[in-house]
Design a protein around this ligand. Structure first.
Ligand SMILES: [Mn+2]
Length: 398
């Protein structure tokens, strides 16, 4: 049985206010091609479908269109869980319609699904949080048990964890391990078993030497507390990661959502599940439709040059400018003629030692004093707007 695993789509997510929907559309198109081209039997999407609880309409449209295409009109089961970014009720609202297409959305922990026909396949058995799916492949029937645990935060679980930070951490990890182990034990048949959940997991990675970044304050689950199953489809971390020993995989987000994510390739994963813990896992690299780049230049002039040089280059650009003075409005406008420059980061090295304390001046010449102070500090005359703001602050104009 061949499973396609993706997560953390964050549909509707913006970058510095700029929409990413076009890139997200391209990804979904690509994903459908992969599902068809690889003759995938089941698609798993492990949470954070949307970026915010009330996503924009274009994001919802893309989701509906995308999962319908992935389901191949009900021939291919698509199983979805909610992540910490999703509004569970909103995500599940389409269930009565989507189940006709074989799209199954788990929104809260321990949800029990109805057995029966979904699209062109059947849920032959269901438990609290688990489903046994029967599909037909090459005129033979195959079964898989999927235990789905949507984002198990304290609120969703209806449980709180207390004690010292370490104790809290340990009891959370043990509890999630217990829920997953019990969930898997509910299926007593000798069929492949799959877990999908949206958690922050810690543990060693065998495919490379990198370890997941520690997220301050987040409750994490230790890999050792996870049960042995044929595949664990994880969501939450944006970097693809494979925990070989436990056949646990973070597919990661499909497109770069921050400049820090541009150091590695984005992926989706294919798992060939043969049963008895024999699973072949491989990542498929996703095209980078519009990379996020950061350029650092050493003067305002060089910044303007760079902006011209990058005109028409399809990248999201952060331009960091090392300078001894503030940028003038016309310079900002010049740079922003390149609409791909989404943020200018002026790194101003101020002449702090030159600045005299403002209290040396009296009220009569305070404008003059401000002018002098600003000039010394930023090496340019303050603009009219800046003077106006200053005057408003000292209460001279309304
Ligand atoms: Mn998440």
């Amino acid at each position: 049985m061949r499973v396609l695993h993706s997560s953390d789509w964050h549909l509707g997510k913006k970058l510095e206010g700029y929409s990413r929907i076009k890139e997200q559309e391209k990804f979904i198109e690509n994903l459908v091609k992969i599902a068809d081209g690889e003759s995938v039997d089941i698609v798993l999407i492990a949470g954070d479908i949307y970026d915010v609880p009330s996503p924009p309409v274009e994001a919802e449209k893309l989701f509906f269109k995308g999962v319908k295409a992935l389901s191949n009109n009900g021939k291919r089961p698509v199983v979805i869980i909610s992540g910490n970014h999703d509004n569970p009720e909103k995500l599940g609202a389409s269930n009565p319609l989507s189940s006709e297409y074989g799209i199954i959305v788990f929104t809260t922990p321990f949800e029990k699904k109805e057995t029966g026909r979904y699209g062109n396949f059947e849920i032959t058995k269901s438990t609290r949080g688990g489903i046994e799916i029967e599909i037909e492949k090459n005129s033979e029937k195959e079964k898989v048990y999927i235990y789905a645990l949507p984002y198990p935060g304290e609120k969703a679980l209806g449980e709180t964890f207390s004690g010292t930070q370490d104790e809290e951490q340990i009891s959370y990890s043990k509890r999630i391990g217990e829920i997953l182990t019990n969930g898997i034990l509910e299926c007593q048949r000798e069929i492949p078993k799959v877990i999908m959940t949206h958690i922050f997991m810690t543990g060693s990675i065998c495919s490379d030497n990198e370890r997941p970044i520690e997220l301050g304050g987040s409750l994490a689950v230790n890999l050792n507390d996870m049960p042995e199953v044929d595949y664990i489809a994880l969501g939450h971390i944006h970097k693809p990661m494979v925990y070989k020993d436990k056949r646990a995989v973070y597919s990661g987000s499909p497109i770069e959502y921050r400049v820090s994510e541009n150091r590695y390739k984005k992926k989706v994963f294919i798992a060939d599940i043969k049963g008895s813990l024999n699973t072949e896992i491989r990542g498929i690299e996703i095209d980078n439709y519009k990379p996020i780049k950061k350029y650092i230049v050493s003067s305002v002039e060089e910044g303007i040059e760079k902006s011209k040089e990058l005109l028409g280059v399809d990248e999201w650009i952060y331009l960091e400018i090392n300078t001894h003075r503030a940028l003038k409005n016309n310079e900002v406008r010049e740079i922003k003629k390149n609409s791909n420059i989404i943020e200018i980061i002026p790194n101003i090295k101020l002449n702090d030692d030159l600045a005299e304390p403002l209290e040396n001046y009296n009220e009569e010449n305070i404008d003059l004093a401000f002018n002098g102070f600003y000039k010394k500090k930023y090496n340019i005359e303050p603009s009219k707007e800046i003077i106006k703001i200053f005057q408003r602050l000292v209460g001279e104009v309304e």
